[in-house]
Design a protein around this ligand. Structure first.
Ligand SMILES: Nc1ncnc2c1ncn2[C@@H]1O[C@H](COP(=O)(O)OP(=O)(O)OP(=O)(O)O)[C@@H](O)[C@H]1O
Ligand SMILES: Nc1nc2c(c(=O)[nH]1)N=C(CO)CN2
Length: 173
């Protein structure tokens, strides 16, 4: 059984609902078992700063899939949610990255593990550290990273009635 951590992020539309849909779609795969989720964090955009704040989280899963197969599942989840997004909200509502896969090191055209930019991204490290405090890296700066919501379990996250994202302005557009 392989153990993996994924980073999820959304900054358009109902970001909370996007994250839930992504985890639901991952869970729907018969070879993927999402066992733990971090809290959700509202984070200032890194890279292109001219975009809206993100909701970020990290999930821990176990899977019989290979790392490359897991990447394909992540990309299928992205395009499934992208399709809906394209109709309503325009580009980029969800991003799924593989952070770690067992203790594997991998470098191919399609997949690098550990994720090549994870150690410079507080929006990844803060939730990862919450799920696994034994991770061996320097404590990240928490500037621009705000705790947004904590769930007691994966189920309480997935089964929560649509509580709405107060930030969501997609209906106004
Ligand atoms: N660990 C990884 N997780 C996800 N994608 C990866 C990974 N390593 C390499 N990739 C490749 O990166 C490509 C671009 O991914 P994506 O569009 O999510 O980038 P991005 O989110 O804009 O930037 P970043 O990769 O910095 O988060 C993917 O098509 C995938 O093949
Ligand atoms: N805060 C934050 N910034 C980002 C994020 C993200 O998930 N959170 N994702 C990006 C593209 O991968 C670029 N910048």
């Amino acid at each position: 059984m392989n153990k993996s951590y994924l980073s999820l992020g959304s900054n358009m539309g109902d970001r909370l609902e996007m994250l839930k849909q992504a985890v639901r779609l991952l869970e729907k795969h018969h070879k993927v078992d999402v066992l733990k989720i971090s809290s959700l964090y509202e984070t200032e955009p890194i890279g292109f700063t001219e975009q809206e704040p993100f909701l970020n989280m990290v999930v821990y899963l176990q899977t019989d899939l290979s790392a490359l197969e897991l990447l394909e599942v992540c990309q299928a989840v992205e395009s499934e949610l992208d399709r809906k997004r394209e109709i309503r909200w325009g580009p980029r509502t969800i991003d799924l990255d593989i952070l770690l896969f067992n203790h594997d090191k991998l470098q191919t055209d399609r997949l690098t593990i550990p994720h090549p930019r994870m150690y410079e991204r507080a929006f990844v490290l803060v939730p990862l550290l919450e799920l696994d405090p034994t991770q061996d890296f320097i404590e990240p700066q928490r500037e621009g990273i705000e705790l947004w919501k904590t769930y007691y379990s994966v189920d309480s996250f997935l089964l929560e009635e649509d509580s709405g994202d107060p930030y969501d302005r997609s209906a106004e557009k």
